[in-house]
Design a protein around this ligand. Structure first.
Ligand code: ADP
Ligand code: MG
Length: 213
């Protein structure tokens, strides 16, 4: 029985990624799948150091390429130190954001200085190779409602939360485009519902796509 799935959560700020990643981890543990719950940027000590560089400070602190390189440097450290060893031990890894966020934020997100898909795909190939998530859950909801949830959670807005509503609308579109390109890997879940409803949907997707596959 395969037990080492790599599952990623994607979506905008406040969509419920951290909440749902935790609930899925608890469900899978109960079903007998040992899980590692982790996040990007971060998830290893080196990657958490890089995280501090990107989540704090001025919106315009980095240009898109520099930021993408920092994200991929953090990702490489996270994969080498945390994700790949856990998968090798037969654990399921649940990751709060992964490369689709880099594609959405640095690839499509910025109105005038996004890198574009092809460049982010080339970086992915160099740094990550052919490794991909078994399943990516994209939590989708109206941007205003998500940002309001994120603000309610934490009055200290981070660098990404400071980017305007148009930026966040581009992100939402980008995640939906990513799902259209890779429907076998990605599933869009309506996140504008109760925590319990969303969790039940995610569990049924995981059961049908991974556990009973
Ligand atoms: N379905 C939901 N309905 C209402 N509030 C939610 C829902 N999911 C999460 N929240 C709350 O909204 C805030 C943001 O959720 P969080 O999981 O941190 O989102 P993300 O990790 O995607 O930014 C938290 O305070 C959380 O408790
Ligand atoms: Mg979160």
């Amino acid at each position: 029985m395969k037990s080492n799935f790599f599952i990623t959560f994607e979506g905008g700020e406040g969509a419920g990624k951290s909440t749902q990643a935790k609930l899925l981890s608890a469900f899978l543990e109960k079903e007998g799948y040992p899980c590692v719950l982790t996040r990007e940027p971060g998830g290893s000590s080196g990657a958490e150091e890089i995280r501090n560089l990107v989540v704090k400070g001025d919106v315009a602190k980095w240009d898109a390429m520099t930021e993408a390189l920092l994200m991929f440097a953090a990702r490489r450290d996270h994969l080498v130190k945390t994700v790949w060893p856990a998968l090798k031990e037969g654990k399921t890894v649940i990751c709060d954001r992964f490369a689709d966020s880099t594609m959405a934020y640095q690839g499509f997100g910025y109105a005038d200085n996004g890198l574009g898909q092809a460049t982010v795909e080339r970086l992915y190939q160099i740094v990550v190779g052919d490794f991909k998530p078994d399943l990516t859950i994209i939590l989708d909801m109206p941007v205003e409602a998500g940002v309001a949830r994120a603000l309610q959670r934490d009055a200290n807005v981070n660098r990404y939360e400071k980017m305007g509503l148009d930026f966040h609308r581009n992100l939402r579109k980008a995640f939906l485009e990513i799902e259209k390109k890779e429907p076998g890997r990605c599933v869009v879940v309506n996140a504008d519902r109760t925590i319990e409803e969303i969790s039940a949907d995610i569990i049924s997707v995981v059961q049908s796509r991974l556990l009973k596959a």
